[in-house]
Design a protein around this ligand. Structure first.
Ligand code: ZN
Length: 42
């Protein structure tokens, strides 16, 4: 199982912004928005 980490603050509180057609990720911790996230295997 993989989980996603914010590349800025390494928070797991990151979600795919479904409202955005470009499919960007949004960090709920630091406010980062972008296509780049860290994918980490558990
Ligand atoms: Zn963050």
């Amino acid at each position: 199982m993989n989980h996603l980490l914010c590349p800025v603050c390494r928070s797991e509180n990151i979600t795919l912004d479904m409202g955005c057609q470009s499919g960007k990720y949004v960090c709920g911790n630091c406010g980062y928005v972008g296509v780049l996230v860290i994918e980490e295997e558990v």
